[in-house]
Design a protein around this ligand. Sequence first.
Ligand code: NDP
Ligand code: ZN
Length: 350
Amino acid sequence: MYNAIGYATQTPTAPLTPMKFTRRDPRPDDVAIEILYCGVCHSDIHQARNDWGFAVYPVMPGHEIVGKVTAVGDKVTKHKVGDLVGVGCMVDSCRECSACKEDLEQYCLEGATMTYCTPDRVDGSNTMGGYSDSIVVSEHFVVRIPEKLDLASAAPLLCAGITTYSPLQHYGVEAGDKVGILGMGGLGHMGIKFAKAMGAEVTLFTRSEAKAAEAYRQGADHVIVSTDPQQMKAAADSFDFLLDTIPVPHDLNPYLETLRFDGVHILVGLIEPVEPALNAFNLVFKRRVLAGSLIGGIAETQEMLDFSAEHGITCDIEMLDIKNINEAFERVVKGDVKYRFVIDMKTLKA
Ligand code: NDP
Ligand code: ZN
């Protein structure tokens, strides 16, 4: 065991504060990582505040991790000391079920071990995330950061990136498709970049007219202000895919109406019950599909990083001193960040 430090919260309402704890010595297949950067995902806030009802305290969030390998177990073959690597939302899974065998560890039939707030499969301890100086993870769940990528702005690719890349790939988005991205935050701005790189004609649906210029800068071809019923009506029956990153319950019906027949509305914002109710008419009469998608598998995460390097895609970030993490949470909830906070872990050592 070795000493580690990070920021954690003890209850759904308490602020995050520094916490000393221990990390395990690397097991034979483990990689020990010195964390350099960690992104701040809206899911970190949902979990710290127990919005989903299954948080285990203390909660030390962080699943957009980039760092340097400091030690490896004696069976490790993929990574070596000094390598620049990433860890996303998962650190383990059963590795034997049909989902794991298809490289879809996120849908592990036994439940994947998440980077924080989940019992470790071997010793049962509560996993602690990347708001810390180090982490120890089985090599299978550690990906390589391509040389071309800037390390800090690559960190959010580990969650915001793969969560938007994976469904666009799965549903086969290709040149000429019309894709709508709902909400331009951490996930949404990555959705615009990936859909554009895949050749789609991309529209941002946003609540605020003020984001239009930014959206065009991110690569969007069109912007629809979702609070304007006229603009929503004018878009009826036109989209092939919608990628919905809105983090709160919202009326899906006006969005469904913008899909053409056979169009797919993909939920990635974790919104719990859909309210108000869906009008089934909006699905049935146009054979439309309402779908969901959870992050992406490890092989696909590596593919997404390589795709990002090839297409020059990274996240737009604001660097964060970890002592300001609680203010940062408030600002994310208010939508006051362009578009991801990334903690510079040097500030933790200071
Ligand atoms: P952000 O807060 O960065 O962005 C969300 C965006 O949604 C905002 O920028 C805003 O865009 C829009 N929005 C916010 N509040 C409202 C509201 N009240 N009504 C309508 N639109 C709103 O969040 P993230 O991008 O980090 O995460 C988005 C969601 O995705 C979260 O729920 C998160 O937990 C979830 N998530 C899901 C994953 C998965 O695997 N499925 C993985 C990671 C995250 P605008 O101002 O343009 O309207
Ligand atoms: Zn996330």
